[in-house]
Design a binder for this molecule. Structure first.
Ligand code: GLA
Length: 383
């Protein structure tokens, strides 16, 4: 990332230099839409993210400049000071959530910029929230634990951005570790770093560059479906708190009491939680072919049962299968964005060129390609 341009803008706007903080975007190998169902996820931080230069300014105002958008916003720390620009609401939300937890934040100046593509399902917003949660925690001596920083980002989405997301993205951004995926139990919040170095394979994202306008309302609707099914199952099985606790048999019992649509959603989630556990077992054995099959299973479920795929993503998935790619699926919330692909090295070049050519032929432009490097989580940079 171009630290120089950021530093130059900061000094031209605010004078002497501040501190630099970075938080990454994330990938997720498998376990999609499982986090808010109390299930497991297997994300990793990437080497792309959000960079922010920040300095306390001795006033009660936050002055923020979004370098990539060339936009400025100024706002206070009280509830009534909420800024209009959506990007500024992420920063404002983080500030408010720290204060709600008894932390302190006073005025600061900031310029930020990112190299994680927006709307590609790589969690640019979580990277932004985590960068500020991490930085403001340190700069104002709030000493909130790392988990709380992730929750601050998640609450920001819920309370200021209208997305009822789970904890995966912010967790991965804060806790990421180079060369490792993280297996997180989203109910107990226990986690384990899983070394990830698939010898002979590459992990690559193919970005459809499709951004779904209604993605956040459709996302919230999926969550409501899951809750509706849990409420139906609970009547017979009071111990069921999340779909994580439910089995396909329990789901069948309530088939007549839930809508067909909600049934399909829950079926996907229950199967996906199991797929992740199977994939983790296969990973331990170094069996990437089985991991890959599970990824295709996830794609099928997300496309046909959870219905968060789209024509472009399905097409990329078909091309991957035709090219003998080991595993391929839509990644993240869905409704556009990227597929994640686990590819044998010898099949990589052919897959990429075929995907580019075929996709361009059908949709009029080439998809973008991002090789994945698993990087570290939120941190202060020395330069
Ligand atoms: C988005 C949300 C996450 C998670 C994924 C789907 O990225 O922010 O909490 O639910 O979708 O797995």
């Amino acid at each position: 990332m171009d630290n120089k341009a950021l530093r130059a803008k900061f000094s031209s706007l605010f004078g002497s230099a501040g501190d630099l903080y970075f938080s990454p975007g994330r990938i997720n190998l498998i376990g999609e839409h499982t986090d808010y169902n109390g299930g497991f996820v297997l994300p990793g931080a990437i080497d792309k993210g959000m960079l922010a230069e920040i300095k306390v300014n001795g006033t009660d105002k936050i002055r923020a400049f979004a370098l990539d958008l060339d936009e400025y916003a100024e706002f206070g720390t009280n509830e009534e000071d909420a800024p209009a620009q959506s990007w500024a609401r992420y920063i404002f939300g983080v500030v408010r959530e720290i204060i709600k937890r008894g932390g302190k934040v006073s005025g600061f100046d900031t310029v930020f910029s990112g190299d994680v593509p927006l709307g590609a399902g790589l969690s640019s917003s979580a990277a932004l929230e985590s960068a500020f949660a991490f930085a403001l925690n340190e700069m104002f001596g709030n000493a909130l634990p790392k988990f709380e920083l992730a929750k601050i980002g998640q609450s920001t989405e819920h309370n200021y951005c209208g997305v009822k997301c789970g904890i995966m993205d912010q967790f991965a951004s804060v806790f990421g570790k180079a060369g490792h995926l993280i297996r997180l139990d989203c109910r107990s919040l226990e986690y384990e770093y899983v070394p990830f170095d698939p010898k002979g394979y590459k992990l690559v994202l193919i970005d459809t560059c499709v951004k779904h306008e209604l993605a956040s309302s459709a996302y919230n609707k999926r969550r409501e479906s899951c809750e509706a099914v849990v409420n139906a199952i609970k009547k017979r099985h009071p111990e069921v708190e999340y779909l994580r606790d439910a089995s396909l048999d329990m789901l069948k019992e309530v088939a007549a009491e839930v809508t067909e649509e909600d049934y399909k959603r829950a079926e996907y989630v229950i199967e996906e939680i199991q797929r992740l556990l199977d994939a983790c077992e296969a990973l331990k054995q170094g069996d990437y072919e089985t991991v890959g099959q599970k990824m295709y299973g996830t794609h099928h479920g997300m496309s046909k049962l959870y219905e968060v795929s789209c024509e472009e993503l399905d097409y990329l998935n078909d091309i991957a299968a035709e090219c003998g790619v080991t595993g391929s699926r839509v990644m993240g919330g869905g409704f556009g964005g990227c597929t994640i692909n686990l590819v044998k090295e010898e099949k990589y070049d052919n897959f990429i060129s075929t995907a580019k050519a075929k996709f361009a032929e059908r949709f009029g432009k080439e998809p973008k390609v991002y090789p994945v490097n698993i990087g570290d989580g939120s941190r202060k940079l020395s330069e």
